[in-house]
Ligand binder design. Sequence first.
Ligand SMILES: [Zn+2]
Length: 338
Amino acid sequence: MKIWHSEAHQEHNNLSRAQNPHNMECPERVSIILAELQSRGLTNIVAPDTFSLEAILRVHDADYVTFLETVHQDWCAEGNSGELLPDYSHGAARGAVPRELYDRIIYYTLTAETTISAGTYSAARASADIALSGITEIYNGAPYGFALCRPPGHHAPFDQFGGFCYFNNAAVAAYHALKLGADRVAVLDIDYHHGNGTQTILEAEPNIFFASLHADTRYAYPYILGRSEEIGIGAAEGTMQNYPMPDYTGDDVWREALRSALERIRNYDPDIVLISLGVDTFIGDPISNFRLESDDYLHYGAMIAGLGKPTLFVMEGGYNLEYIGINVANVLEGFLQD
Ligand SMILES: [Zn+2]
């Protein structure tokens, strides 16, 4: 299995974890996953190609992209230093873009736990390039691959950052597959948290099916969207399925939701399947409360392989540093052994 990886993510480092202990999205996540993959013989690790902004601008607002590129420098020019951590968020409501820098920062903030450092923009671009490299190769005939993206992407909607996400890597890759010539793509999000950004980007797109397995957003981040009644809008009605699950969900309930989502995807008959792969469903995850165990991930990988579709795994969340590598490698190994 080819694994796309870039060291650019190292420059996106949440040094403010002391003041913001909820931010567990650290560079070590990637190095631990890489080490585990290599220890299991998954050593085909390659650098991504560099893509123009065109692919990102298919799903993100141009002013928002410019904001991400320039905000840290502008903020430092006003006498600040270190990492930018928004004081509060604007939430999902939109309106006119404010002129003042601090107001613009809030406007583009979906939720206020996500920092911007000097290397965030280049890391986010490299992360999107990783997903784009993967999807290009899958479109061109590779049967599977793993886009080791960091920062993750599934919380980022059209023009906001939050939930440790800046560019929605999975949505960018899905639209790129359509641009290349795919007729239909499916995105299956198995992160603990609902892929609110992916949903809002895809909810009116009939050629991309979106399914998400996640903690019920009435009590879990991102606290918006993710209800089972949300099934797509307009021509895309029926191309979306959410599986909200209660506190302390274990393998039995989660596996049944996965089985159902895979059946929906099988019926949709996509050319390519993208898996938004989060392993914060793990019983030992520090910011989540599902109860999936390491061995369970082997079965999930095998179930996904059962679709028999060209598949790109795109890395999202997972914060238990002792087990993140084991759990990710188990999904991939289960997939390969099917
Ligand atoms: Zn998550």
